[in-house]
Design a protein around this ligand. Structure first.
Ligand SMILES: Cc1cc2nc3c(=O)[nH]c(=O)nc-3n(C[C@H](O)[C@H](O)[C@H](O)COP(=O)(O)O)c2cc1C
Length: 169
């Protein structure tokens, strides 16, 4: 065996969740608010698993934990709003991940006729419907179809990296 053929990974690695979370956290991501009005109540959460998927048809995705208490309500909405959060939105992101009854306290929102809720303070807003849900271990990958997009701002986005906001060495 030459040096080039040395195995890259030790065998029988213990892929425990704490180590995995640390390794996954090395990859930086943005943060979105996923939100709707359901039965007259604002429902939503912060998600860093958002990603663009397809231009034709226009699709994006995010992953939701199977333990989510909010998703069963949120998924009942005809439309879901997605807002890309801005650099100064760290506290807002924590609030959107906190106790469900106060996630939208003092938060300015825009409501579409179909129930999508977006945050005008964000960098971009998407009006979406659920295209497909794919079971994926302890999460569900939610594919969303876009119906409308707006992005007027050129400020910096909120970055989530190594379990905190902002890039960290
Ligand atoms: C920065 C940040 C990113 C998050 N990203 C996700 C995510 O991608 N998927 C997810 O299921 N929860 C994510 N969460 C947690 C949710 O916002 C929420 O706290 C969690 O789903 C529990 O609330 P629920 O039971 O109402 O869903 C994130 C939280 C924070 C602060």
């Amino acid at each position: 065996m030459t040096d080039l053929a040395q195995p890259t990974f030790p065998t029988n690695q213990d892929l425990d969740p704490v180590r995995l979370r640390q390794a996954f956290g090395i990859f930086p991501s943005g943060v979105v608010a996923v939100a709707a009005q359901v039965d007259g109540v604002l429902v939503g959460l912060a998600a860093s698993s958002f990603t663009s998927v397809s231009l034709d048809p226009p699709l994006v995705s995010f992953s939701i934990a199977t333990t989510s208490r909010t998703w069963p309500d949120l998924r009942r909405s005809a439309h879901l709003g997605i807002t890309i959060l801005a650099e100064g939105h760290g506290t807002l992101a924590r609030q959107l991940a906190g106790p469900p009854e106060s996630r939208f306290s003092d938060v300015e929102v825009a409501l579409s006729a179909d129930g999508a809720v977006t945050l005008p303070d964000g960098l971009a807003q998407f009006d979406t419907t659920i295209y497909r849900e794919v079971e994926a271990g302890d999460h569900t990958i939610v594919l969303l179809r876009l119906h409308a997009v707006q992005h007027a701002d050129h400020s910096l986005p909120l970055v989530f990296h190594r379990s905190a906001f902002g890039l960290r060495a």
